[in-house]
Design a protein around this ligand. Structure first.
Ligand code: HEC
Ligand code: HEC
Length: 304
């Protein structure tokens, strides 16, 4: 007979399960792993975007997502310039607006040789013209004079190929040549640097054709049928009395689309103040304001 070792369980002992708390480090580790997983998903996945996970159904569809180059890119950029600078008058559809601007869609002007076409946005267009068999007698300021060669090439290419127009696109070199042919007598950069700000501002006034509506040297006299301001585009000789420089720059940049009518039931006046922000550069605007302030006859107090 030998003794039972004392570590032996009693024969009637049964295994039991008790409730013990999960160790805190497992909880923390799980949370950290979930967090890191979320960060990884955030950085490396496309958030289930159809463009990442969706199957392409055609080569055209895939091509539409590729970065564009050449003529397609030129036309796409031209559309942006068009909507910003020209579309307000000629319309997004290129159909123009009655009593405001002739159509560009189907216009023989758009199909003309490049120097004749570029002359319109660079030098403006005044007086009676025919477009697709209809008479127009309005004025367009040189709305494109402040655009770079590449922006102008893009916008002209756009109007020559959009809305069913079928003329050749225009290159930057074409625009450079046309600009040189048109602005032969404009002062050079060295000439401009020697001028005082009001003198430079006078050149800006001529460059953008402000005189077409505000008269030579801003003295007024241009008729604007049914406008409340004596049926004329206002003279600018006394703007120094109505605006300080910041206000004047803000007004010119913003323009004024809706011209108050003399007879409220009469037609919309043909001339409105274009929005010059983004067309006239910041330096030019400052010189322009100095020029306009200098118009006020000497001897009268400038109270701004
Ligand atoms: C503030 C309004 C206005 C803006 C902005 C404007 N135009 Fe015009 N455009 C006119 C008017 C008005 C005429 C007609 C002038 C006339 O009767 O002699 C015209 C005429 C034309 C013509 C010749 C006639 C025709 O319909 O084909 C072309 C080309 C043209 N504009 C292109 C442009 C381009 C390009 C831009 C932008 C860079 C532009 N215009 C911005 C008002 C505008
Ligand atoms: C297509 C015609 C047209 C052109 C081009 C034009 N303007 Fe105007 N401008 C107007 C009209 C119309 C008004 C009157 C706005 C109103 O009644 O609210 C006006 C108003 C103004 C005023 C405010 C005058 C006042 O007494 O409050 C200033 C300043 C001005 N224009 C400056 C310019 C400058 C600078 C340019 C050239 C960069 C220019 N305009 C080109 C039509 C034009």
């Amino acid at each position: 007979m030998h003794e039972q070792p004392d570590y032996c369980p009693q024969p009637d002992a049964k295994p039991t399960a008790t409730n013990t708390a999960v160790p805190i480090w497992i909880v923390v580790l799980t949370l950290v792993l979930v967090f890191l997983g979320a960060v990884y998903f955030d950085r490396h996945s496309g958030w289930f975007d159809a463009k990442v996970y969706g199957p392409f159904t055609s080569v055209e569809q895939l091509a539409a997502y590729q970065p564009q180059s050449g003529e397609a890119a030129l036309a796409a950029h031209g559309k942006v310039v068009y909507e910003t600078v020209c579309g307000l008058c000629h319309g997004s559809d290129g159909l123009g607006k009655a009593n405001q601007a002739p159509p560009l869609a189907g216009s023989e002007w758009v199909a003309k040789d490049l120097v004749s076409l570029a002359r319109v946005p660079l030098a403006g267009l005044n007086g009676p013209i025919q477009v697709a068999g209809h008479d127009w007698n309005l004025a367009m300021a040189p709305m494109g004079a402040g655009l770079s060669d590449s922006d102008l090439a893009a916008v002209l290419s756009y109007i020559r190929t959009a809305w069913g127009n079928k003329s050749s696109p225009v290159s930057e070199a074409d625009v450079k040549a046309a600009r040189a042919a048109i602005s032969g007598n404009a002062p050079s950069a060295t000439d401009l640097a020697k001028m005082t700000p009001p003198e430079r501002g006078h050149e800006v006034f001529k460059k953008y054709g402000c005189f077409q509506c505000h008269g030579p040297d801003g003295k007024g006299g241009v008729s604007n049928f049914n406008a409340k301001t004596a049926e004329q585009v206002p003279s600018l000789v006394y703007v120094a009395d109505g605006y300080n420089k910041a206000e004047l720059l803000a007004f010119i940049s913003r323009g004024e689309r809706v011209i108050p009518r003399k007879n409220p039931n009469g037609p919309e006046p043909p001339h409105f103040m274009p929005k010059w922000g983004g067309i006239v550069t910041t330096n030019e605007l400052s010189d322009l304001a100095d020029f306009l302030f200098s118009l006020k006859p000497k001897g009268e107090k400038l109270d701004f």
